[in-house]
Write a protein that binds this ligand. Structure first.
Ligand code: ADP
Length: 394
């Protein structure tokens, strides 16, 4: 961790100097020489010298645009002046009389200090003032970055609300149709409509409504779980993302691995695929993990395909399929758990965490991930991501 910078002392001496040094052993000698030179040139109350180690206060070095150490900077009175190089003492002696004159001029002529819009003086009057200005500038920069991050998160939440409203509508509509049908059929039959409620039909409609409410409940649990995981483990930084480009980049990077096992890789990506709203690095991780697995578990000369589908207006689905050994039905959920590996694969390299990580990443994007597989007939891993929608203000 960076060393905590020492606060720079406040001083009102007429001449304010800042000496930047680094951690070289020769620095101490330089500091000593400059102090001795100043002692000879002036009395102590005429100037203030502060020594700054650039490695401890890099923001100060950046602020003064330093390119070398040691550097001696006259920061007050204005204009600022930087002396650098091996002959600092000679330069200091050379400039000293002119600096003295400028101080005397300032004392005899009234000074006009430029003001900011709010009426505060903009001139940097002391080392302490200068350090404060820099610190505030850093703070403003940090707040701006945080604001942008929060705005991106808010935008992400807007997307989600649209997506969830859309997803929840289907089962809700199904429930309300089932209830309306029950209600209508329990009325006396109208002419031309002979359909009557019987115990079988009632049970069927109720079962249907119950299943749909369970689906709604599952979706809400997933959302709450994802929100918890997201805040606990992941800070995703979603942005407009071109999935096709990303998939092709990953495939290209894994070219040697496909070639080593003589595996054929194909893609099926529609040309009008919309962008998604996702964290590029995290999504790259998911695609790499799934392709790594496909390569690892599929025998030589196998076939692997990456396909993308614009599944609903709100979601894009990525599928990575292979014709490898497949995954038994009983384990198709468990493979997404931490450290779970199929017994048959324990001899293969791996820790059983790749798919668990994929699940966390996808859930942090409020997407789903699952596998369709038949033993000895290959596996298809699918995951969904939200479609990118520009915010109305953009
Ligand atoms: P790892 O590959 O390091 O074991 P993963 O979490 O990526 O960990 O996968 C968990 C388990 O799921 C693997 O050990 C393997 O048994 C099974 N698996 C994953 N991908 C495939 C695949 N494409 N084909 C067959 N089995 C797979």
């Amino acid at each position: 961790m960076e060393a905590t910078p020492q606060p720079i002392a406040r001083s009102e001496a007429p001449l304010q100097l800042l000496l930047f040094v680094d951690k070289r052993p020769s620095s101490n000698e330089r500091i000593r020489q400059i102090r001795a030179c100043l002692k000879e040139l002036a009395s102590d109350d005429t100037y203030e010298l502060q020594v700054v180690d650039v490695s401890e206060q890099p923001h100060l070095a950046e602020h003064f645009k330093l390119v070398a150490t040691p550097s001696l900077i006259k920061i007050h009175p204005e204009p600022r002046q930087i002396l650098a190089g091996s002959n600092l003492i000679a330069q200091l002696e050379n400039w000293w009389s002119r600096w003295q004159r400028s101080i005397e001029d300032r004392q005899t002529t009234p000074q006009t200090v430029p003001l900011t819009e709010k009426g505060t003086p903009v001139e940097i009057k002391s080392i302490a003032h200068s350090a404060e200005v820099i610190r505030l500038a850093d703070e403003i920069f940090r707040f701006q970055r945080e604001k942008e991050e929060l705005q991106a998160q808010l935008q992400f939440k807007d997307h989600l609300i649209a997506m969830l409203a859309h997803d929840l509508r289907n089962p809700l509509t199904a429930v309300s149709i089932a209830l309306e049908t029950l209600e209508q059929l329990s009325q006396p039959p109208k002419e031309g409509n002979e359909l009557r409620l019987n115990p079988n039909l009632t049970a069927q409609l109720l079962r249907h409504a119950r299943n749909q409410t369970k689906a709604i409940d599952r979706m809400i649990t997933d959302i709450l779980q994802a929100a918890r995981d997201k805040s606990a483990e992941f800070r995703i930084q979603p942005e407009q993302l071109d999935l096709e480009k990303l998939c092709l980049e990953v495939i290209d990077r894994l070219h040697d691995q496909f070639a080593a096992k003589f595996q054929k890789i194909t893609t099926d990506i529609p040309s009008d695929l919309p962008s998604v709203y996702a964290d590029p690095e995290r999504v790259r991780q998911v695609i790499v993990n799934l392709l790594d697995n496909a390569i690892k578990y599929t025998p030589e000369h196998g076939a692997i395909e990456v396909s993308i589908l614009h599944r609903t207006t709100q979601k894009v689905q990525v599928s990575i399929c292979d014709n490898g050994p497949g995954i038994p039905h009983d384990n198709q959920t468990r493979i997404f758990e931490d450290s779970f590996r199929l017994k048959r694969d324990e001899a293969k390299e791996g820790y059983g965490i790749g798919l668990a990580l994929c699940k966390r990443v996808v859930q942090a994007h409020y997407g789903q991930i699952w596998v369709d597989s038949e033993l000895n007939h290959g596996s298809c891993f699918h995951f969904t991501l939200p479609v990118y929608r520009p915010s109305p203000s953009a």
